[in-house]
Design a protein around this ligand. Structure first.
Ligand code: GRF
Length: 218
């Protein structure tokens, strides 16, 4: 059995970010092994992607639970059965309880489609266009109790073109998502990226609030 760090991915939908991780693991670039994929939605296509790649899948339907706490407790038990070193949220559309985020503090990453701290929450592409911004992007960050609020590891900047609508912008942002998420997971798996004292650190130095930045315009 591989001794690479063990990664569990949580998702709710299509799973293109999971696919990017699967592809990166297949070439050994990821430096980590994907040991389990858990969805809270039965129809999530990401489950099929995982099964096709030979990764164990679990479905934990949140509608079967009475409370957020009960769901998160059951989810922690499912995740921990895989004995993960890293937990990756890849389009996991759930608000997490503090007990959950605390349990995985420093080893759980999320990807959020905006240049955090701008546009936490939903509909980020439309909000960036409506704000008249000339650039937008995506952030991978450590997960803390604050929704989309944990310290950033890496961010990719994407220009907003005059003719962009939310869909076209989202498409270009996703291209960058699929580049930066495997990078961030690789950094965390190799120990280059760490969470310490409320900050993200790369190669022994604290990162700025926006994390390591990649500018897709360059
Ligand atoms: C991505 O846009 C990600 O930024 C957001 O949810 C979406 C997931 O997409 N958190 P996919 O399921 O990985 O295709």
């Amino acid at each position: 059995m591989s001794s690479l760090p063990r990664v569990v991915v949580l998702l709710s939908g299509g799973g293109t970010n999971l696919q990017a991780l699967i592809d990166s693991a297949a070439t050994s670039e990821l430096g980590a092994q994907l040991v389990g994929v858990i969805s809270n939605r039965p129809a999530a296509f990401g489950l099929e992607r995982a099964a096709k790649a030979g990764i164990a899948t679990r479905l934990l339907d949140h509608t079967a639970f009475d409370s957020r706490e009960a769901f998160d407790t059951a989810l922690m038990a499912e995740i921990d059965q895989f004995q993960p070193d890293i937990v990756v949220l890849a389009g996991f559309m759930r608000i997490l309880t503090p007990a959950f985020t605390e349990h995985y503090l420093g080893k759980m990453l999320n990807i959020h489609p905006s240049l955090l701290p701008k546009f936490q929450g939903l509909h980020t592409h439309q909000r960036a266009i409506d704000a008249g911004d000339n650039c937008h992007g995506v952030t991978v960050h450590f997960v803390t109790a604050e929704l989309d609020g944990g310290p950033a590891a890496i961010q990719a900047i994407v220009p907003i073109e005059q003719q962009d609508d939310a869909a076209s912008l989202a498409q270009r942002v996703q291209v960058q998502e699929h580049i930066i998420y495997p990078m961030a997971v690789n950094w965390l798996a190799s120990g280059r990226l760490r969470y310490q004292a409320g900050k993200a650190w790369l190669d022994g130095s604290p990162l700025p609030v926006q994390g390591f930045q990649i500018d897709s315009r360059l």
